[in-house]
Design a protein around this ligand. Sequence first.
Ligand code: ZN
Length: 358
Amino acid sequence: MTLPHGAVETPVFMPVGTQATVKAIPQHLLEELDVRILLGNTYHLYLRPGYEAIRRMGGLHRFMSWERAILTDSGGFQVYSLSELRKVTEEGVSFRSHIDGSSHFFSPEHSMDVQIALGSDIAMAFDECTEYPADYARARASLEMTLRWAKRSQEHFERHKHERPWDSAQGSENRAQEMRNQTPNLFGIVQGGMFPDLRRESAERLVEMDFPGYAIGGLSVGEPREMTREMIATTLPLLPQDKPRYVMGVGYPDEIAQYARMGVDMMDCVLPTRAARHGLLFTSEGRLNIRNRQYAEDQGPPDPNCGCMVCRRYSRAYLRHLMVAQESLSAVLNTLHNLAFYVETMRKVRDELLALSF
Ligand SMILES: [Zn+2]
């Protein structure tokens, strides 16, 4: 993918940077891990520090000192999962902040304004993430509203995408000039619950609207893994092969590798970062709970087959000690390894796919 803030090789895993930070990891280390694109959460940044504040400061890239690409979600998912007293109408969603209880309203148009103000490279259409389980009638109604909202998102986005905050981009005059010619991209989102025919209909009607990329949403919401795979397998062939195809909110290392081999180009998940903070490491030998007493004097690296900056330098015994002693460095080192493992997993799949294409 060629984006305003650089090229991204696909398939790619995108670490989640909820509050303008990938928890515990400074940006220069993300660069060292070769992360090319991050995900930012619109809902969180809208509430704090506020999208107008971020716009005034030149956008999210400059605010967090990250010059590579950023994808923002629409805010919808967090409104549904975090906020209180939400009310969904045709116009949009009203809700109360989970931070201070203040009242807010998100519509497709407002979500576009916020994402454009943040300056994301890829904005997502405002959708309703259909809950699981949902019956057929409910999934259909939700899908219909998501399609109407996709249309409204697209119309508003096309009218306002030139208002992105990076015109005054820092750096050389050449770079500034280059950025002035760039506008963000808007992806549409397929919904349809766990019903193959609704997924098909959602995908076909969305493709008619002609987005530069497509996401498959409403997965990883509590359904069995086999069902996730089936919905992806059903939907992928209906989305254009020459445009990025993004599955939101997945998954374990073996899942992201499996989906990438099926043709998925982009994925994101809090799993590697969240699990790391709980002491769960993903390794070439499977999952490892670093808290476990058996590692108390284990001087081997977390993963003998990983060449990351943590595995080259620190032992399991040291990581276990940091975790048990509740030291901040524990989250940093565990997260660094997990992200390196995810990045490496995707790199291996890219190499495989490249070898197949010759
Ligand atoms: Zn490692």
